[in-house]
Design a protein around this ligand. Sequence first.
Ligand code: MF3
Ligand code: CO
Ligand code: CO
Length: 287
Amino acid sequence: MSIVLKSPEEIREMRTACRLAAEVLDYIAPFVQPGVPTAEIDRLCSDYMTKVQNTVSATLNYAPPGYPPYPASICISLNHQVCHGIPGPKPLKKGDILNIDVTIVTPRGFHGDTSRMFIVGDASILAKRLCQVTYECMWLGIAEVRPGARLGDIGHIIQRHAESNGFSVVREFCGHGIGRGFHEEPQVLHYGRPGTGSELRPGMIFTIEPMINAGKAAISELPDGWTIITRDRSLSAQWEHTILVMESGVEVLSLSAANPPPPKLIGGPLASATNAAIAALPPAPVS
Ligand code: MF3
Ligand code: CO
Ligand code: CO
């Protein structure tokens, strides 16, 4: 039961792994269009990982205790699906919102994990607001990260922002430590009380990945053993970054050239440093 601090060497490896995961999202973004089956998006991402990046999917055949092997290279969660949606033959349609969640493993065995929301064509005002507020939730959580802060500070600010906008936080899934392991300690809850939970220390690497529902927080699992949906069939959104706790605060590791900038409610040095980091990255190679 301990949170392992990463060495400088491991941190360098994780910067690469997380950038590569983000570049899969950059690559796939133009293909997210009406009429495209989600299985096609999965196939394109799989080819990009293995043929362009020399990475492999961490999700393909992933089988934690009690789960059947996950059958795809990415997760695609559409509309009222919360997470772990399985790509399939059904084409995207205008007005859909979807999360694409990418976890890759580098040849040296390090995991990078990140996800974004995509809007197909245009969506309802509610759907767009849910995506935006969820993005703000993730970034507000990131902005709490510094040595001496606690995990509960992250959860609290995410919960407060979601609920003050009339939305709810999914309780059953959380962020996680990551490195040579896909899911390491700690568990990073997206709700909680300030000043509680483990204290953050430089060298910790973990994800922040809030799942926010437009309706109630309750979820159900589909018979496929993976897909999680909102019990009330309300829309759900999620964004995910992998971050490093630095002496000076936080570094977002899963940035890429086409990463959206931090939202307006994040200002100061974090926003400037993030925008400068995004601008300095070369575009993801094309296949
Ligand atoms: N990438 C997800 C996460 O953020 C986990 C997906 S596991 C899968 O932790 F098997 F569903 F792909
Ligand atoms: Co994750
Ligand atoms: Co993920």
